[in-house]
Write a protein that binds this ligand. Structure first.
Ligand code: RTP
Ligand code: MG
Length: 149
C-alpha cells in the first residue's frame, strides 16, 4: 500500500552534515520526497510530538535535545514506507542497530540517534499534521514510479 511517513534528521545529524546522505538513501531506495524543511522545534511542538514518552525518565533530555538546534523535517511517500523507513533507520539504540542502517552506520548512543521515523500509520498521520501544513506536502507523479511499481 502506498503510504506517507514523517522522518526527521535530528539536531545531531544536521550538525554533522549528513542530511544529504540520509535524503539520498531514501531517494535511491525509490521513495519520493513530498515535503521538507529545515526548522527549529519549539518546546511545545517537542512535547506534543514526543507526548507518548511524557512519563519516561528520559523525557526532559529528549525534549532538550530535539529543541537544541535545527532539524530537517520530511514527508516521504511510497510502498510500505512507514515500516520500510524504520528498517532503514535501524534499532533505536545505535549500538544494536545493524551496519547498513542509518543508526548502525552513523550513531553511537541512544540519546543521539540521528533520525526519527513514524512508527505506525496513526503516528505518521499525526506527526505529518503536526509539522506540515497541507500546502507544504506536495503530491506529484514521477515518471520513475512506473519503473518501480
Ligand atoms: P524515534 O521516536 O525518535 O523515531 O525513536 P524510536 O521510535 O526508535 O524510539 P522511541 O521509543 O520512540 O524513543 C524516542 C527517542 O527517545 C530516546 N530514547 N532514549 N535513554 C533511553 O533509554 C532512551 N530511550 C529512548 C531516543 O532518542 C529515541 O529515539
Ligand atoms: Mg518513536
Amino acid at each position: 500500500m502506498i503510504q506517507q511517513t514523517f522522518l526527521m534528521v535530528k539536531p545531531d545529524g544536521v550538525q554533522r552534515s549528513i542530511v544529504g546522505e540520509i535524503v539520498s538513501r531514501f531517494e535511491k531506495k525509490g521513495f519520493q520526497l513530498v515535503g521538507a524543511k529545515l526548522m527549529h522545534v519549539s518546546q511545545d511542538l517537542a512535547e506534543t510530538h514526543y507526548g507518548e514518552h511524557r512519563e519516561k525518565p528520559f523525557f526532559k533530555e529528549l525534549v532538550d535535545f530535539i529543541t537544541s538546534g535545527p532539524v530537517f523535517a520530511m514527508v516521504w511517500e511510497g510502498e510500505n514506507v512507514i515500516a520500510n523507513a524504520r528498517q532503514m533507520m535501524g534499532k533505536t539504540n545505535p549500538q544494536e542497530a545493524l551496519p547498513g542502517t542509518i543508526r548502525g552506520d552513523y550513531g553511537l548512543i541512544v540519546d543521539k540517534n540521528v533520525i526519527h521515523g513514524s512508527d505506525s500509520p496513526e503516528s505518521a498521520q499525526r506527526e505529518i499534521a503536526l509539522f506540515f501544513s497541507e500546502s507544504e506536502v506536495v503530491s506529484y507523479n514521477k515518471q520513475l514510479n512506473s519503473l518501480l511499481y
